[in-house]
Design a protein around this ligand. Sequence first.
Ligand code: NAP
Length: 264
Amino acid sequence: MTAHSTITFPIPSAQDQTGLADALVLVTGGTRGLGRTISERLAGAAARVVCVARDVKHVDDMGIGAVPVIGCEPCDISNPEDVSVMIQRVENHFGPIDAMVCNAGIHLDGRFDRQSSWQWNQVIGTNLLGTANCLRAVLPGMRRRRSGRIVMVSSILGCRVMPGASSYCVSKAAINMLIRCTAAENGGSGIRINGVAPGYVETGMGREVENNIELHERVSRALVTQRFAHPHEVADCVSFLLSNQASYINGEIIEVSGGVHDFY
Ligand SMILES: NC(=O)c1ccc[n+]([C@@H]2O[C@H](COP(=O)([O-])OP(=O)(O)OC[C@H]3O[C@@H](n4cnc5c(N)ncnc54)[C@H](OP(=O)(O)O)[C@@H]3O)[C@@H](O)[C@H]2O)c1
């Protein structure tokens, strides 16, 4: 940037504290688990939320048309063509996407040498490549409009070793770098890209850990706060990062783990 360059970021006014009211926000994996709480949190801030998942029947009781979400799109994010068609459908129907939460993710247990290549590819294909597919589809529009906000949901396992979760750890470590690289590439176009790295949350994948006695004990010993997170505690951080209150935060990954030691 030179001394003569013009400022491209919209600077939020004091009246517009969150900038979320009326914003069209796409939440992948917004139908259940953490993504669902994120969707509800954003809708509570008056954002127009559209959820994405392979199976959208989980949103039946979320009240489309009332609070909280305005739409739900069936899509497998690991399929780039599906994603590009879905983004076009959303933008044709609801208008330009102002913000996106890349939350959809899966976890398949297994040591590296015991996981099949199919299992490995499923995890990388959903968590990393699926997130990249969504970014690729929304970034051109955001760059044209010189405005956009993206939060990717990583994990504390993106920078910690958990034996038996190599594909998941690798996918989240790569997401961390994707956040930093894409934030650097797009910051000059008025787009902010950040991440949240939850520890263990009382939902979805967190419940699987709770049901595994040996793993649950190991994880619990590492948790400084001695409890799993409530999904609201992560959703609040996502909402903050999308809001104007985080207008000067870019390329950051905030850990929301209650503090955590190493696992072994
Ligand atoms: N829960 C935790 O303790 C924890 C901790 C750290 C990080 N995280 C991260 O938080 C995110 C959400 O986790 P969660 O525990 O809430 O999981 P979850 O309850 O299993 O929900 C996952 C969501 O992602 C969707 N999804 C999965 N694969 C998809 C695909 N290929 N295409 C489109 N949507 C897909 C699911 O819907 P369909 O199955 O219908 O597609 C569902 O809506 C994940 O990225 C996870 O890695 C969770």
